[in-house]
Design a protein around this ligand. Structure first.
Ligand code: 2RA
Length: 329
């Protein structure tokens, strides 16, 4: 399988290479793609050196599949060109996620929808992915009416500059800023730009993408997304109101049986998911499972995942694996 990774030199792109190797995806030839200024750079993949090429060079090399994580404008201009050349695109940017003609896929939730017609497939936002994997079995069993989610998101979600700002602040070094405020010993209640309704773009992504992936616009969702000085992954406090009542034991069993989910829920032993434990892993970790005693049929959960892995690179590779499984690649 000839695989192109567009944005191979970026944080998510290099994580895609790590995941492709770790999951033994059948790559016979890697085509690392980046902008003109990175052309010719050497990338090591599974012990072999590959030279970075431009997007136009990559199309000419005719990969079977292209994983994109190079920003929205690159995806808007090049995903259609790759698709027209018969190359299946799995795009991690937000460019195509809400396009009604494109599928927005988390394999454990709606991977069954993938078909031969899908030449540009959108990878959802990291904070959405980890939440819908958990919502799926609970919605099927109890029917979700409303979700209230508050997130605690890693600086890796912003990129290398943000990680460096955190490290510099911690070392007392005055460096380049990714945020308008100090991030260490602080939290910033803003991820992406503010919309007219007072929500941020990140919060609206969680709302709109969740309704699309769950294929159910009746689910009412509100979100508050917050940046915190953490590296390992995103954490989310999720409050879910169902149409029906539930038994906590059954909730735990449904979550434990859900593909891609690991339940860590033993508060008596101080066992619950934390970003430092999720870092570098592909699963979504759930704990603090408890009834919301303030109203009927309502559940509280704590959900943690590595936003560069299941939140981006791993989900993209799992979409490619699903395409392979269905004979579509
Ligand atoms: C963030 N989810 O965490 C956004 C984009 N990766 O910044």
């Amino acid at each position: 399988m000839k695989v192109a990774v567009v944005g191979a030199t970026g944080l998510v792109g290099s994580e895609m290479l790590t995941v492709l190797a770790a999951r033994n995806f059948p790559v016979t030839e890697l085509i690392p793609v980046a902008s003109e200024r990175s052309k010719g750079k050497e990338i090591t993949f599974k012990g072999k050196q590959y030279k970075v090429v431009t997007p136009d060079d990559a199309i000419a090399l005719k990969p079977d599949v292209a994983l994109f994580s190079a920003g929205g404008s690159m995806s808007l201009s090049y995903a259609p060109k790759f698709a027209e050349a018969g190359i299946t695109v799995i795009d991690n940017s937000s460019a195509w996620r809400m396009d009604p003609t494109k599928k927005l896929v988390v394999p454990e939730v709606n991977g069954h929808l993938l078909s031969a017609e899908d030449k540009v497939i959108a990878n959802p936002n990291c904070s959405t992915i980890q939440m819908v994997v958990v919502l799926k079995p609970l919605h099927e069993r109890y029917v979700i009416k409303r979700v209230v989610v508050s997130t605690y998101q890693s600086v890796t979600g912003t990129g290398v500059k943000a990680v460096q700002q955190l490290k510099d602040e911690r070392a007392g070094v005055d460096g380049e800023k990714a945020y308008p405020y100090q991030i260490d010993l602080n939290v910033i209640p803003q991820i992406d730009v503010f919309q007219d309704n007072g929500y941020t773009k990140e919060e609206m992504k969680m709302i709109k993408e969740t309704n699309k992936i769950m294929d159910d616009d009746t689910i009412r969702i509100t979100a508050t997304t917050v940046r915190i000085p953490v590296i390992g992954g995103h954490s989310e406090s999720v409050n879910i109101e169902f149409a029906n009542d539930f038994e906590l034991d059954e909730v735990r069993t449904l979550l434990a049986n859900q593909a891609g989910v690991v339940v860590i829920d033993n508060p008596a032993n101080l066992e619950y998911p934390m970003p430092k434990d999720a870092h570098g892993k592909d699963e979504v970790f759930v704990g603090r499972i408890r009834r919301d005693e303030s109203q009927p049929n309502t559940l509280n959960l704590w959900v943690v995942a590595d936003n560069l892995r299941k939140g981006a690179a791993t989900n993209a590779v799992q979409i490619a694996e699903k395409l392979l499984e269905k004979g579509l690649l």
